[in-house]
Design a protein around this ligand. Structure first.
Ligand code: URA
Ligand code: URA
Length: 212
């Protein structure tokens, strides 16, 4: 039903209006206990029309302080990776599995993920991405129910509900593993983002550039 509603509302103006309603709803969310410790809900940001979505785990401290996804140290690295591959940060949409910070940056609990996941489902229905990039193990598990782990799964295209999905290392993992050797995490991530960029470019042509 919601999916049909979203699909019926396709103009950029309608999508932006609907997105704004969606955002208000998430900003008032009290579906799980994280609402008691958060400072800000981090809904996501970026292009509503370019149909490429990067999904992380959950907000960290700087994200909780600012209400914006991926703006702390890991986020700054993600932004540099995007830009090195030719993306502007605002050209893509960036969000997380959970929209509120797990205290101390712990991995979100299964109950928190289950209570939150309807927001991500709505986001995907609204933005209709052609490409989803799953950053690290938490989104990898959510999308693909994978027990394989990010090291095995990254760098390959999967199809999730008809959408091209690639798992990629989480930038915070790259911050902990600085090695630049060939075949190391940074080298592999550089290959992955270029592959993602190539697929994105091959899908271009019908987008209209609305950002939030
Ligand atoms: N790590 C994440 O997974 N998401 C953010 O928004 C920031 C850091
Ligand atoms: N663990 C994660 O969650 N993500 C990575 O990218 C690597 C290890």
């Amino acid at each position: 039903m919601t999916e049909m509603l979203f699909k019926a509302m396709r103009s950029p103006q309608e999508r932006a209006q609907l997105y704004s309603l969606f955002q208000d709803a998430v900003l008032h969310c009290e579906r799980c206990g994280l609402c008691r410790t958060r400072k800000n809900v981090v809904v996501g940001e970026g292009s509503l029309t370019n149909r490429i979505m990067f999904v992380g785990e959950g907000p960290g401290e700087v994200e909780d302080d600012t209400g914006r996804p991926f703006v702390g140290p890991a986020g700054q690295l993600l932004t540099r990776i995007l830009e090195a591959a030719g993306f502007k940060r605002e050209e893509v949409y960036i969000t997380n599995i959970v929209k509120c910070r797990p205290p101390g940056n712990r991995v979100p609990e299964i109950e928190e993920v289950l209570r939150c996941q309807g927001w991500l489902e709505a986001q995907i229905a609204l933005l209709r991405p052609q490409i989803i990039v799953a950053l690290g193990n938490t989104p990898l598990k959510w999308f693909l129910h994978s027990t394989g782990g990010i090291t095995k799964m990254r760098g390959r295209w999967f199809t999730w509900r008809g959408i091209s999905l690639m798992p990629m290392f989480h930038p915070s993992y790259l911050l902990r593993n600085e090695s630049r050797e060939k075949g190391g995490p940074k080298d592999l991530t550089w290959r992955d983002i270029q592959e993602i960029r190539a697929r994105y470019m091959s899908l271009q042509g019908k987008n209209d550039g609305t950002t939030v």
